[in-house]
Design a protein around this ligand. Structure first.
Ligand SMILES: [Zn+2]
Length: 289
């Protein structure tokens, strides 16, 4: 079985990106796994602190590992946006393959100092765990926002990115390059799209040579995503689009069978709705379309 590091390095070599999809329940996990398994592409499942609180860090870790082992399949688990060392340690001990240690809200010097210390503590638990650090402002909350926040002042510069990667020794960098967590209503309807700062991505890649993740990619222009991957993005995070598919799929399934109470007769339609979104994104990220 390939390690997550080798999967990311292969993606880098092949000019593709690995899809990262957050899950909050077993329906979403089933859907993400089915999409990746059918397309035969590696995949990362993400669970944020809120998602872990609901799922149980150890429980989601066991479920993902069981899929990896039973199907001999490269599915990995990431502790998304972890804001405290205690929660990061819990994820490392539970067997997560990577952790996004997110202190981007702190001043950069403090972010560097605490991230560096966290890497030491976490690699002592699992030397193969990958730690992702974040700088810049990409907003919070993978949900539907009333208005898009102005994140233009929080964009990551190539110089800052290089200093941060060199000073911390993070395995992966999450910069702010026009991406944003969550979507606004017009994006859900497909009327507007997020646009990325492609030149900035290329500059950050050139300056750092690091593996780079694009967070908050739901609702982003497809052509921008293709170009961003070509410019050096190695992992693309999708959450809100899956949540929207989950909600719509559930609404539809319940409306179609108003008297049904058997979960395994209602929920397959929700799995299918989420799977379709995950599959469409995986095809794009892996240049299969
Ligand atoms: Zn994120």
């Amino acid at each position: 079985m390939l390690s997550l590091r080798s999967v990311l390095e292969n993606a880098q070599k092949n000019g593709v990106a690995v899809g990262h999809f957050n899950v909050a329940d077993f329906v979403m996990l089933k859907a993400v796994f089915a999409a990746a398994h059918e397309l035969k592409v590696p995949v990362i499942v993400g669970a944020s602190e809120g998602e872990r609180k609901f799922l149980g860090a150890r429980q989601i870790a066991v479920m993902v590992r069981s899929l990896r082992e039973e199907f001999d399949f490269p599915i990995f688990l990431n502790a998304d946006h972890t804001h405290s060392l205690a929660n990061a340690i819990e994820a490392a001990k539970a067997g997560f393959d990577s952790i996004v240690f997110d202190l981007s809200a702190l001043p950069i010097e403090e972010n560097v100092r605490q991230t560096k210390a966290a890497i030491e503590a976490l690699k002592a638990i699992n030397p193969n765990i990958l730690i992702e650090g974040e700088i810049g402002d990409i907003g919070t909350g993978s949900e539907i926002h009333d208005a898009a926040p102005d994140l233009s002042k929080g964009l990551t510069s190539a110089e800052e990115a290089k200093q941060y990667v060199d000073a911390t020794g993070v395995d992966i960098l999450a910069p702010a390059v026009g991406n944003m967590h969550g979507m606004i209503q017009s994006m859900v309807q497909g009327k507007t799209k997020k646009r990325l700062d492609l030149a900035r991505i290329a500059e950050i890649k050139k300056a750092t040579g690091a593996l780079i993740t694009l967070h908050g990619a739901s609702g982003t222009d497809d052509e921008d995503l293709r170009k961003a991957i070509a410019a050096g993005i190695n992992v693309v995070h999708i959450n809100t689009e899956l949540r929207v598919a989950w909600r719509h799929g559930l609404d539809e399934a319940l409306a179609k069978q108003p008297q049904e109470v058997v979960p395994y007769k209602i929920l397959p339609a929700v799995v299918e709705a989420v799977k379709q979104v995950a599959a469409s994104r995986l095809k794009l990220f892996n240049v299969l379309m």
